[in-house]
Design a protein around this ligand. Structure first.
Ligand code: SAM
Length: 232
């Protein structure tokens, strides 16, 4: 269970109404029962139920049961698409081990704003379901231009573009280290963006095969390709 609270020896963790409902109403736990908690920062902690109520409760930390499992230093940049498909991209990015998720506004992106809090909640749920102890940050929407202008030194960029179809479907020879993947919107990248991206020393254009993939499929394919070539 995810909690937004410090975990550690001697810590007591208060429960929200929803958490109490889930643990005591749905899971039927009682005082003394064990519960595994994580907060995305301090690994997984074994706790026991100290107080159980309808509207709240308290868990006491016993010991750390798993260390914090950091994913590789991989960011996913993607242009948000329809709501359900954007949710899907965030969920799959967490499962596939992205460390940071950055929605970006490109020339052909339709959305002007995103519900960052909702997407962050999806990231928490995905981390819970895949047994991760780390929750990637979902950043607020930012302009691709601005991100590229301020690009962190040493981070390589895998720029996925269907216009590269025919180019090698490979990251062979790519150096390990901090990376980012970029997936475009439904309308693809503009020619101005393509020109800009292909001129950047840290960017590498990558094809995901001869067929045009939907952006959500492309995100999963690109994360998989990266994990096979450079993941651990
Ligand atoms: N411009 C395209 C069109 O409407 O014909 C569609 C773009 S595609 C739906 C969305 C994004 O997925 C692209 O910007 C790209 O990042 C990625 N993508 C899809 N197919 C790809 C492929 N075969 N190789 C590399 N990237 C791909």
């Amino acid at each position: 269970l995810y909690v937004d609270h410090p975990l550690g020896a001697g810590q007591s963790v208060p429960l929200t109404r929803e958490q109490a409902h889930y643990l005591f109403g749905v899971m039927r736990l009682a005082v003394g029962d064990p519960v595994a908690l994580f907060n995305g920062r301090e690994g997984e902690w074994l706790t026991t139920v100290a107080e159980a109520g309808k509207r709240g409760g308290m868990l006491d930390c016993v010991e750390q049961s798993a260390p914090l499992m950091l994913p590789p230093d991989l960011w996913l940049l993607f242009a948000p698409i329809k709501k359900a498909r954007t949710d899907f991209i965030v969920e799959k990015a967490v499962e596939m081990g992205a460390a940071r998720i950055l929605p970006v506004q490109t020339d052909f992106t339709n959305s002007e704003r995103i519900r960052q809090d909702r997407l962050q909640a999806h990231a928490v749920e995905a981390a819970e379901q895949c047994g991760g102890t780390f929750v990637p940050e979902v950043a607020d929407l930012s302009k691709l231009d601005r991100l590229l202008a301020d690009w962190p030194e040493g981070r390589q960029l895998m720029f996925c573009d269907e216009a590269e179809a025919g180019a090698a479907l490979t990251l062979a020879g790519a150096a390990p280290g901090p990376w980012a993947i970029l997936i475009g919107p439904e309308g693809g990248f503009s020619e101005v963006e393509r020109k800009r991206l292909s001129g950047l020393p840290f960017a590498r254009a990558v094809s995901l095969g001869p067929r045009i993939l939907r952006a959500d499929t492309a995100a999963v394919a690109a994360l998989t390709l990266w994990q096979v070539a450079l993941g651990d």
